[in-house]
Design a protein around this ligand. Structure first.
Ligand code: S3P
Length: 424
């Protein structure tokens, strides 16, 4: 589907509630499937990726039903069963990597496949540590399809070369089934939803700086409410900052410090962002924020900040085109391994709009503030986050733009445009 986007003239104004967090939604299904009893998940994501995880666990013999549009009941006897189907992870790296950890420690074999994008993404990063634990996994040159022959696993102490929540979570989930205590240490802390939700569900898990240790545990069902996704909120935060006269309130979004890099960057750029209210919900911190149109300045984004905003970097690039001075993004080479090579794809499409942006091996450099022209058709590379970032750019382009394959936004955020219309 080709999406046309026109300049917003009057400013974005009003209050919105952002739908459920994708990362947490995946984990609620996975962990409740391993918990003996009945779990109710409220405010489950309507995105395609979490639905892929839901279907996959149905195929692993778990009784999962929708009670309403966003409430789900999961009934499990605490274990999963062999599937007579190949397990399809669609576009979802989180599904493939986390489920591989779980399947490695079962007493049966499974096969995991993905779509053409997921089939090109690196899986060696999980195959290596899982193999060290005793897993038997075959791949096609380190990529999917993955054939996993379940084994008895033993614990490892793994020093991860990358800060990746998917790698960390995969090993921790294998650790749930391994003899002994499994420890993962990361160079910088990545999102910790796995740790928080496993703890909330009674796992024997502890955190010490950049290291997490888990022992074999029985999970207990809990009622879970999934908070709003700060990665989805990021498009509204960016848009409100760059569309003149905007003033937007976003309610009930996750404010987990391992995810709030975007808020720190907005503050460093001089943007007006205010946290109105904070509370705890199902082990996570949530709150409301208010964002207003602001004059922005460039900044450097690197190091420990990168995993705290990894998915927001394409829309931060849009923001940087409207900031005075230079914004440098480095240490983000793993962006090349996402749904598209997000360094290449972001730079190529923003250049077409007239942005002063250059690719570097591990990020990009943006000089602002520049006018964005439009009157052009852009590629989304079938990457949901790039499609949504380009839509935000379209709101300030002099002339209309069109974005190809816009339906890929359904991967994480089917309500995206409807919410923009609500505050336009
Ligand atoms: C995710 C972790 C991140 C992120 C992805 C979701 C997760 O990937 O990019 O969208 O749910 O664990 P990495 O941990 O591999 O960087």
């Amino acid at each position: 589907m080709i999406k046309n986007v026109s300049k917003n003239i009057g400013g974005l104004k009003g209050e919105i509630t952002i739908p459920a967090d994708k990362s947490i939604s995946h984990r609620t299904i996975m962990f409740s499937s391993l918990a003996k009893g009945k779990t109710i998940i409220n405010n489950f994501s309507s995105g395609q990726d979490p639905k892929t995880t839901l279907k996959l666990f149905q195929n692993l013999g778990i009784d999962i039903k929708y009670l309403s549009d966003s409430s789900i009941e999961v009934i499990s006897d605490g274990k999963i069963y062999p599937s007579n189907k190949i397990l399809d992870c669609g576009n979802s790296g989180t599904t493939m990597r986390l489920v591989s950890g779980i399947l490695s420690g079962q007493s049966f074999s499974s096969e995991l496949i993905g779509d053409s994008s997921l089939s090109k993404r690196p899986m060696k990063r999980i195959i290596e540590p899982l193999t060290q634990m005793g897993a038997e996994i075959s791949s096609v040159n380190g990529c999917a399809p993955l054939k996993i022959v379940g084994q008895k696993l033993s614990a490892i102490d793994y020093i991860s070369p990358i800060a990746s929540a998917q790698v960390k979570s995969c090993i921790l989930l294998a650790g749930l089934f391994a003899d002994g205590a499994t420890t993962v240490t990361e160079p910088n802390v990545s999102r910790n939803h796995t740790e928080l939700l496993l703890k909330y569900m009674g796992a024997d898990i502890s955190v010490n700086n950049n290291s997490v240790t888990i022992k074999q545990s029985k999970l207990k069902p809990q009622d879970i409410y999934v908070c709003g996704d700060i990665s989805s909120a990021a498009y509204f935060i960016a848009a409100a900052l760059i569309v003149p006269n905007s003033d937007v309130i976003i309610k009930n979004i996750g404010l987990n410090p391992t995810r709030t890099g975007i808020i720190d960057v907005v503050k460093a750029m001089g943007g007006s962002i205010e946290i109105l209210d904070k509370k705890e919900c199902s082990g996570e911190i949530i709150g409301d924020i208010r964002i207003k149109y602001s004059q922005l300045n460039g900044c450097e984004i690197s190091g420990e900040m990168i995993p705290r905003l990894i998915d927001e970097l394409p829309v931060i690039a849009v923001l940087a085109t409207q900031a005075n001075g230079t914004t440098v993004i480095k240490d983000a080479q793993d962006l090349r391994n996402k749904e598209s090579d997000r360094i290449k794809s972001t730079v190529s499409e923003l250049k077409k709009l007239g942005a002063d942006i250059e690719e570097t091996p591990d990020g990009f450099v943006v000089n602002g503030k520049t006018k964005l022209y439009g009157d052009i058709n852009l590629e989304s590379y079938q990457d949901h986050r790039l499609a949504m970032s380009l839509y935000v750019a379209g709101l300030i382009c002099e002339k209309d733009i069109s974005i190809n394959d816009f339906e890929w936004t359904n991967i994480s955020f089917p309500e995206f445009e409807e919410l923009f219309v609500k505050i336009s």
